[in-house]
Design a protein around this ligand. Structure first.
Ligand code: PLP
Length: 421
């Protein structure tokens, strides 16, 4: 469900025609819908009303400050994977006690920052990290609340580049080492064992692999409690899939919650959720303009002003994005087949191959749908292209919530050494 729809022959975000935003801000740019975010958070919160839970929104999906502030007002906490994301979440008004810290490579500086912010939980992924955290926390005279992220050795079933729960993945503590690591955690100063954490991947539409991972996690929790570990929380990670095109029917949050309710049963734990894509994916689009058409012997290239540096998902993991014209095409417009590409000098700068759509002409504006998660956050300045603007819509108003840097700002971080001046 999202709030992007055609009205009066124009694609709107809520009450705002996207053409008006493209004219005011230029393309490419990202546009986010407050109503869509609100709806997604409510659906998740309602599905989990009878389960003690914390919705720790995964900041890496979209860390824009206005997005975070919107989600904070809706009651979300945050799941962060770096000191920078932690600072973003705090700057958006998310309290430290509603923040969990994930990721395999936390630095000691990141740990110290998180301890001083009094975060809810560290999701620790290795013995080395556990020892480092123990040292940092002890030196500060603090106790770090810790869950170990376990690797349940379950294949998530999605694209291999976004699977994280198999034994060959870098994520989580290998299953056979978990008991020893909990024993170590219980002994280390500055560590307070509080939970078990699992996250097996992203864009998972089928609940079976998640259920398998959670069942193992719940069994492990019971066993750890028998061994004397005071486990009061299970962090089930994120990973719920969203529909990217017609016919996609991923499991909805209600079914996901029902499955978790069943698996957790009477365990009496706080359930921590780390949804990212399911909140933001369909809450954002990227706008672009067609520059040129180029005919090759066996195909037509549709060349856009947006490139893989602006939206990397297709190049990174062969992701599909629907592409809709901002001006509704007339029904009698011919269907054409395009290879949709950007201006970047890389062959992987291709958004779609042989995509059937109504005829596009140079100057036409297009929207890449479902680009709210892992869109702007993954963008770069490759080919000296400034990061694109981000716009937040709320009803009939919109505002630029991240402006595009000007070229001089891109150069500001660089300096010539003496011998070149
Ligand atoms: C990326 C990530 C998430 C969010 O995943 P989604 O598929 O966007 O819901 C949650 N937890 C961890 C640890 C992650 O790395």
């Amino acid at each position: 469900m999202h709030h992007f729809h055609y009205r009066d022959e124009e694609l709107h975000c809520e009450e705002v025609p996207l053409r008006a935003i493209a004219e005011a801000v230029g393309t490419p740019c990202y546009v986010y819908s407050t109503a869509t975010m609100t709806r997604h958070v409510r659906v998740i919160a309602e599905a989990f009303t009878d389960i003690a839970s914390l919705i720790a929104y995964s900041v890496k999906a979209n860390g824009n400050l206005a997005v975070l502030a919107t989600l904070a007002r809706l009651g979300c906490g945050a799941d962060v994977v770096s000191g920078g994301e932690l600072k973003r979440a705090r700057a958006a008004g998310i309290a430290g006690e509603r923040i969990v810290f994930s990721g395999v490579g936390k630095t000691r500086d990141d740990m110290a920052l998180a301890l001083s912010e009094g975060i809810h939980q560290f999701n620790v992924e290795s013995a080395g990290e556990l020892r480092a955290l123990s040292q940092v926390a002890s030196a500060m005279g603090r106790d770090a609340p810790v869950a170990l992220r376990v690797n349940p050795d379950v294949a998530a079933g999605g694209h291999p580049n976004i699977s994280t729960g198999k034994s060959g993945d870098k994520f989580g503590v290998p299953w056979h080492e978990t008991r020893d690591l909990y024993a170590l955690a219980a002994q280390l100063p500055g560590i307070h064992v509080s939970g078990v954490d699992v996250h097996i991947g992203s864009q998972i539409g089928d609940l079976a692999p998640m259920r398998a991972a959670f069942e193992k996690t719940v069994d492990l929790t019971r066993e750890l409690r028998e061994r004397g570990h005071p486990i009061t929380r299970i962090d089930v990670g994120g990973g719920l899939a969203i529909p990217y095109r017609d016919g996609d029917t991923p499991a909805p949050p209600s079914a996901y919650a029902g499955m978790i309710r069943e698996v957790v049963g009477d365990l009496d734990v706080e359930v921590i959720l780390e949804p990212g894509r399911v909140i933001m994916g369909n809450a954002g689009v990227m706008l672009s303009q067609a520059l040129y058409l180029k005919d090759a012997p066996d195909r037509t290239f549709l060349i856009l002003d947006a490139g893989m540096n602006d939206l990397m998902r297709p190049a990174l993991y062969e992701a599909h994005h629907d592409v809709w014209p901002l001006a509704a095409p007339r029904a009698d417009t011919a269907l054409k087949s395009y290879d949709i590409v950007g201006p970047i000098c890389e062959s992987t700068d291709k958004f779609a191959a042989r995509r059937e759509m109504r005829e596009v002409r140079p100057g036409d504006r297009l929207a890449f749908m479902s680009a709210g998660a892992y869109g702007a956050v993954l963008s770069s300045q490759y080919n000296a292209r400034p990061l694109v603007a981000e716009i937040l819509v709320d009803g009939d108003r919109f505002d630029i919530v991240r402006r595009r840097p000007i070229f001089e700002e891109m150069l500001q971080l660089e300096d010539l050494p003496d011998w070149l001046t």
